[in-house]
Design a protein around this ligand. Structure first.
Ligand code: HEM
Length: 501
């Protein structure tokens, strides 16, 4: 009898606490300038009726109007937008603000408590043992595979060297997915699927649905799954899980059949070995029991997202700019010839390190196209930004795209100019005006892996083909997605180069 009234009293008490808590945030956050908002929908009305293709530009208009600091409301979640290096530094350097923002919770059913979104002790532990698996000796042992994959990539492109333009993004994605499966999982992609583009499409659709949820804050959990988008989400999630379960199954069989000791010896001596990141995680699971089955799947899915889409997008943008700048392309080609001396591609770590100009090209590509143009953090304590207090509970939206195109730090910011990254031009640069891999305690774990992989793959492409792009950078139409994409793909044509003796 008493249960029902008691339930309503508790509910009312809970609502009062929530409203009071929100009001505390609200009163403080409202002192920061920002667009008009309405109850429940927040500032969402700004994007009502705006087509998916125009959202990137509409968002740019709002940013232009209020930059460099403003607040917005995603439904009832308060957001503060930061795009000055000093402001980014306050959040990124902190060891307190390391919880990812609410957008990431929509990734939870997929990435589980993998290192990308996990929190607290779980994150700390995962980060600790994964950091050791990116040790330079292990990376060193990857160079041969990078070179092999580069050669398979150019071989695959051979049929397209026929004078017509084609979209380079899907080929790049198949290539980098192959790299991550082989090196992070120790399982060749061909053993997992004969249709890698299906997995790539699923990952794309999944991130697209995550964005949809973010833009529709009123669609809460149980109802989402009743909508067509929710049903699609469930279906794709199942296919993505099937993919990772297959990898785990192949890996388990592999581990039963091969002597793990041999591979450990290989890793210690720095020789090419088959101790993948997945082996390291599975070792930790078996030895210490610190990794659960769901952690394992979450970590796998994390690698299967963070480890290939990021590099596929970057390599595509780099190829696009090389195809727009024949002099830069020629300079990179000549540097490569000098370093590999009669060979076609770099095969050692030393050779990869010597490709300094190519490194500048990659860094400049990541400046113009930070794969994650925005990242978010949930503030767990108040922070002070200039004269404003930003209260705990606010989501800090960090504009990597904005800060890296700030003319104060990068004159002529839209110009592709790799020389910006020559050592003599780096001296007085603010450390937080260039953060494509984020920075601080939650920076990208795969940064060194990614830079080496990008160098090896790009070197292979440059050494085999002359590239021409179909459109100029000014003609590119961006797409508002989790990762920075072009609406119409990235079209280039390639022409075979002869091997210089
Ligand atoms: C061009 C390539 C890449 C770029 C630009 C990039 C960028 C980033 C950024 C900006 C973050 C921070 C995300 C956030 O705070 O929300 C991040 C995190 C992460 N990245 Fe990367 N990434 C790249 C490649 C990779 C690769 C190849 C791997 C794995 C092999 C990887 C693994 C991770 C992981 C595990 C995290 C989460 C770290 C944590 O939260 O502690 N990334 N990456």
């Amino acid at each position: 009898m008493l249960v029902l009234p008691l339930f309503f009293v508790v509910l009312l008490w809970y609502l009062i606490i929530c409203i009071k808590w929100k009001k505390n945030i609200f009163d403080v956050l409202e002192k920061i300038p920002g667009p008009k908002w309405y109850p429940f929908i927040g500032t969402y009305h700004l994007f009502r009726g705006v087509s998916r293709e125009e959202i990137f530009y509409k968002f740019g208009e709002v940013v232009g109007q209020y930059a460099p600091l403003f607040r917005s409301w995603n439904g009832s979640v308060g957001e503060v937008h930061l795009m000055k290096p000093d402001h980014l530094q306050i959040v990124l350097k902190s060891s307190v603000h390391i919880i990812k923002g609410p957008l990431y919770k929509y990734l939870f059913p997929w990435l589980g408590e993998g290192v990308f979104i996990s929190e607290g002790a779980k994150w700390f532990l995962q980060r600790k043992f994964l950091t050791s698996s990116f040790h330079f000796k292990i990376l060193d042992s990857f160079t041969e595979t990078f070179a092999d994959k580069g050669l398979s990539f150019v071989k695959k492109l051979e049929s397209k060297a026929n004078g017509t333009y084609f979209d380079i993004v899907p080929d790049s994605a198949v290539c980098t997915l192959g790299v991550i499966c082989e090196l992070a999982m120790g399982v060749p992609l061909e053993q997992i699927t004969d249709n890698p583009l299906r997995h790539i499409k699923n990952v794309y659709e999944m991130t697209e649905l995550v964005i949809w949820r973010y833009w529709n804050p009123l669609v809460k959990d149980p109802f989402f799954y009743l909508l067509p988008q929710g049903r699609r989400y469930t279906k794709i999630l199942k296919e993505l899980d099937d993919f990772s379960n297959k990898v785990i199954q192949i890996k388990r069989t592999q581990r039963l059949n091969t002597s793990k000791r041999d591979s450990m010896v290989g890793a210690e001596s720095g020789k090419k070995n088959n101790l993948s990141f997945l082996d390291i995680i599975m070792d930790a699971k078996e030895k210490y029991g610190t990794v659960t089955n769901s952690d394992l799947r979450g970590l796998m899915n994390t690698f299967l997202l963070a480890g290939y889409e990021t590099t596929a997008i970057t390599i595509s943008w780099a190829i696009f700019h090389l195809g727009n700048s024949p002099e830069i392309q020629q300079k990179a080609y000549e540097e490569l010839q000098r370093v590999v001396k009669g060979k076609r591609v770099p095969t050692t770590m030393e050779e990869l390190h010597q490709l300094k100009f190519l490194e500048c090209i990659i860094k400049e590509t990541l400046r113009l196209y930070p794969v994650l143009p925005l990242i978010t953090r949930e503030l767990t304590e108040d922070i002070q930004i200039e004269n404003y207090t930003v209260p705990a509970g606010t989501q800090a939206v960090l504009h990597l795209f904005g800060v890296q195109r700030d003319p104060e730090h990068f004159p002529e910011p839209n110009k592709f100019d790799p020389d910006r990254f020559l050592p003599e031009n780096l001296k007085d640069r603010h450390p937080f005006c260039y953060v494509p891999f984020s920075a601080g305690p939650r920076n990208c774990l795969g940064m060194r892996f990614a830079l080496l992989e990008l160098k090896a793959l790009l070197a292979s492409v440059i050494s085999h083909y002359k590239i021409t792009s179909m459109v100029t950078p000014e003609e590119i139409k961006f797409f508002a997605h989790v990762m920075i994409r072009s609406q119409n793909g990235i079209h280039v044509k390639i022409e075979k180069r002869d091997l210089v003796a």
